[in-house]
Design a protein around this ligand. Structure first.
Ligand code: CUA
Length: 316
């Protein structure tokens, strides 16, 4: 009665993730059982209404049958068995949907009125979601304000996103394409505007885009991009721009600066010194400062590094 495949069906959108067919099979199974009982019961109602209608002689046509053990057993145990099958299928699918495979790529999701923000292991932040095809992706989600719900119909995944706790969903996209993300929990005036897109790319294209910056960067002016990164990566919390002393040395006049390290050696702040100090800050700690900076290796890619250095050069 219903058929689903990768193109979707009358009831359902295309199947674009590895779990979609399992969810759809369960949906179809329950729907088919509903069809069978709907028509069975409706048919019997019509037949019985006609057969046992009050006749003109005003005599009831029904027998005085009051009890039938076999019938009662059938209408108790057949539905019970069907419900148990639905429960077992549902539980199996629920477990598939709940437990992300080992080694899934983790992307952080932040919901807020009324947008989604995605952040990746290299520190990039995007408004749309970018993922590779044929690779499990786990979303670690939280909300900044109220209840939201992350929903990608084509992937058959949905999960509430809640303030003050993490929720997760995972999926493995079957093929490159664009799929719509909805917020599916009413969250205020612009709830209906809280949608975006999952861009599923081939692994190769994903790697390239990640290196270049998912949402531009390559085409951005390096100084402007560096300024943005200084803000987004949290540099500004510890490095002032006006020469004042915070946790770390000021960026004012940093490029070309010479001085002493905690080890007593001297340093000159050239490109390589800055790169090393970002990626592996403990390698060269400036004299008089605590070794307090976290390492950014793996969180800043080469192009972002270039942009940061270009920006630092302008602070003088
Ligand atoms: Cu967020 Cu509705």
């Amino acid at each position: 009665m219903t058929s689903t495949n990768e193109a979707g069906s009358f009831w359902l959108p295309p199947q674009a993730s590895t779990v979609a067919h399992e969810v759809d099979n369960l949906f179809d199974f329950i729907l088919d059982i509903n069809y069978i009982f709907f028509f069975l019961i409706l048919g019997m109602v019509i037949v019985f209404v006609a057969k046992y209608r009050r006749s003109q002689s005003n005599e009831l046509a029904t027998s005085d049958l009051a009890h039938n053990t076999l019938l009662e057993a059938l209408w108790t145990f057949v539905p019970l068995a069907l419900c148990l099958v639905m429960f077992l299928m549902g539980f199996k699918t629920f477990m598939t949907l709940s437990v992300a495979p080992e080694g899934a790529m983790v992307i952080n999701v932040e919901a807020q009125k009324w947008k989604w923000t995605f952040s990746y292991d290299d520190g990039q932040v995007t408004d749309a979601l970018y993922v590779p095809a044929n690779r499990p992706v786990k979303l670690l989600m939280r909300s900044k304000d109220v209840l939201h719900s992350f929903f990608v119909p084509d992937f058959r995944i949905k999960s509430d996103v809640i303030p003050n706790r993490y929720t997760t969903v995972w999926f493995e996209a079957l093929r490159p394409g664009k799929y719509t993300i909805y917020c599916t929990e009413y969250c205020g005036k612009d709830h209906s505007q809280m949608y975006n897109v999952v861009n599923v790319l081939s692994q190769e294209e994903f790697d390239k885009k990640k290196q270049d910056g998912f949402e531009g960067g390559q085409d951005k002016d390096p100084v402007a991009w560096g300024t943005e990164l200084f803000d987004k990566k949290g540099c500004k919390a510890c490095h002032s721009l006006d020469g004042s002393r915070l946790v770390g040395p000021s960026f004012l006049g940093l490029f070309g600066r010479e001085g002493k390290l905690a080890t007593g050696e001297s340093y000159k702040a050239d490109e390589e010194y800055i790169r090393e100090s970002v990626m592996n800050p403990m390698a060269k700690v400036v004299e008089g400062y605590a070794p307090a900076m976290p390492a950014f290796a793996g969180q800043i890619n080469d192009k972002q590094m270039d942009a940061l250095i270009a920006y630092i050069k302008t602070i003088k």
